[in-house]
Each structure stands twice: as C-alpha cells, then as structure tokens.
Design a protein around this ligand. Structure first.
Ligand code: ZN
Length: 134
C-alpha cells in the first residue's frame, strides 16, 4: 500500500462551537466550516495545517461512535488518518495480512473522501483511518 501523508488528526469534542475556539482563535488556524456525516452520526470541522488538517468531531447522537469514545475516554485525540493512493488496494493488503478492520469496505467520509477504519486492537491501541481523496 502507498501511504502519501498524514491526512488529518481526529479530535473528539463535546461541541465544535466550544471546541473550535482554541484552534481558530488561539492558534490562528483557518476554520473551513462544519459538515455533518449522518452515516457516522458525527459533525466534523476541518482546520488545515500545512499538508495536513486537524479534524474536530462532535457526535450528533448519544449512541454514535464519537459519543461512546468521549464517554469512555473523555474529549481528546481520537484517530490518525493516513492518505492512501488506493484505499481498495490498501484494504485488500491488510486483509491478506490478517489485520483486524472495522470497515471491510470503504465508506463515505467528510469532504467526499472514501475512508475505512482499522481496529485499535490491531494497531497497538490507536484508531487508524485510511482515507482516499481525488
Ligand atoms: Zn477522520
């Protein structure tokens, strides 16, 4: 598989409106606006940082994955996302290596990306996202 770069770092927050202040006002990062991804029960906000981005994640439902994450571990760093050249090929390779996946096939992420998550049990405890953008 070809990993191109760190696409973004995902950070779970209770509220993007409250959470974005540090990133935009204090650090001076540009707030690109928020987008809701209903399938994942999440509202996201992206802040470009050079070649990568910071992604804030706010749950839209108490049973969403981000709400569950915050319930267990509190607000904070939630996942690292790698940009890959070809996500289908990457998933096939991981399956061949018997890596435990959350997503067997790519799903739709924010900004029209195709994304898939690896299981933290397979990565030493970190939630890893693969992301392909055209
Ligand atoms: Zn992400």
């Amino acid at each position: 598989m070809k990993i191109l770069k760190i696409d973004h770092l995902g950070i779970a927050v209770n509220s993007i409106d409250d959470g974005k202040n540090f990133w935009s006002e204090i650090l001076g990062l540009e707030f690109e606006g928020a987008e809701t991804v209903e399938e994942q029960k999440v509202k996201t906000a992206f802040f470009p940082v050079g070649e990568s981005e910071v992604e804030l994640l706010e749950s839209t439902s108490p049973d969403g994955p981000v709400a569950k994450f915050i319930e267990k571990r509190g607000q904070g760093f939630q996942h690292i996302a790698f940009r890959v050249a070809d996500i289908d090929e990457a998933l096939e390779e991981l399956k061949a290596k018997n890596v435990q996946l959350i997503d067997q096939t790519p799903r739709k992420g924010a900004g029209g990306a195709r994304i898939a998550f690896l299981h933290p049990k397979a990565t030493g405890g970190i939630l890893v996202e693969l992301c392909e953008r055209n």
